[in-house]
Design a protein around this ligand. Structure first.
Ligand SMILES: *Cc1c(COP(=O)(O)O)cnc(C)c1O
Length: 336
């Protein structure tokens, strides 16, 4: 990082137009392409603005036909994506909440889509609620757009099924400050003319993700994370580890005689964000405080949601999950 290949320059010092940085960018793209087994006709874009900016760019770029899109909403992020898209066109929301709560995911055969919609959007893992799809959505030929911010690279995706997949890097791909967009090239031809250039996927693709200076440091780090993931055996291998981590944590919840109560329906349980509750908020607060003292941080549920959330992304070690399970057993024994 501080002396790129003997050049005497750090990655952050060199020009983004230099051949050296070009190689760094290529490496990051190749890493994602090979880990995700992307078909040839997909372009990889690196964008600023987080996954949240894509809530706006997707309708701007893809609502070029009937200006109708369908949003399958299974949690908090999907809700937000739908709301922001409704500034641009007609959004039909397929809301999967039951009793006002997002705890499950509909089966593929329960779903029907508007055949004239410009696209269908969904969130493969709802980070806040802890609800995950276990299948790749099929929308009968309508382009499928997926926010995979919190489970990209955690398990295999069938890339062929997606017209556009996007993810803020900071959960499973690299540092914050860059968002990965994988787009099927034929969609680029449908983008309306006259969009502001930095919001136009076609312009960004034509300029190799560099219509202006990109987040060079974050892109460099993505290349290194891809190397690390390949050393682990790739997405297929990390998926097995993730499965094992989640399974034992849910088992600890289920075997607590109701002291801990899992939030998501078992069929929709997230392997990345394990959400659960204790009997009352005061006890949850005590749980979080004592966990912190035991070195287990970041367990407080999202501020809008409450409860407990253990985020166990790719980088989170299995020993950490084991330590949490030990703590949970001990805490339940003392407070049950
Ligand atoms: C974290 C997250 C976001 C928001 O990402 P930003 O990069 O902060 O904009 C959006 N969608 C999902 C599913 C997320 O997990």
């Amino acid at each position: 990082m501080l002396d790129w290949h003997g050049s005497g320059m750090s990655v952050m010092e060199m020009s983004h137009r230099s051949q050296r940085f070009g190689e760094i960018l290529e490496k990051a793209m190749d890493g994602i392409r090979s880990l995700m087994h992307l078909p040839e006709d997909r372009s990889i874009l690196f964008l600023p603005g987080g996954a949240t900016l894509q809530f706006t760019l997707i309708p701007m770029n893809l609502m070029s036909g009937t200006r109708r899109a369908e949003y399958l909403v299974t949690g908090s992020w999907g809700e937000k994506a739908a709301k922001e898209a409704s500034c641009y066109g007609d959004i039909a929301i397929i809301n999967a909440a039951k009793d006002g709560k997002y705890t499950s995911v509909p089966d593929q055969d329960e779903l029907e889509f508007d055949p004239l919609a410009d696209y269908v959007h969904y969130t493969s893992n709802e980070t806040i609620d802890g609800v995950e799809f276990s299948y790749d959505l099929d929308a009968a030929g309508i382009p499928v757009v997926c926010d995979a911010s919190s489970n990209i690279l955690s398990r295999p995706f069938d890339a062929e099924k997606y017209a556009l997949i996007y993810a803020g890097a900071q959960k499973n791909i690299g540092p914050s400050g860059v968002t990965v967009v994988v787009i099927r090239n034929d969609l680029l031809d449908r983008i309306p003319n006259g969009l502001p250039p930095l919001f136009d996927y076609r312009n960004i693709q034509e300029h190799g993700s560099m219509p202006n200076t990109p987040n060079t440091w974050a892109i460099y780090m993505i290349g290194l994370v891809c190397d690390w993931l390949k050393e682990q055996g790739g997405v297929e291998a990390i998926a097995q580890i993730n499965e094992r981590k989640a399974k034992k944590l849910y088992a600890a919840i289920d075997s607590s005689d109701g002291f801990y109560r899992g939030y998501a329906a078992p069929s929709a349980r997230s392997r990345m964000n394990v959400t659960f509750h204790l009997n009352d908020e005061a006890l949850e607060e005590r749980f979080c405080n004592e966990a912190e003292q035991a070195g287990l941080n970041g367990l407080r549920g999202h501020r809008t949601f409450g409860g407990i959330r253990a985020s166990i992304y790719n980088a989170f070690p299995e020993e950490g999950v084991d330590a949490l399970i030990e703590f949970m057993k001990e805490f339940a024994a003392r407070n049950g």
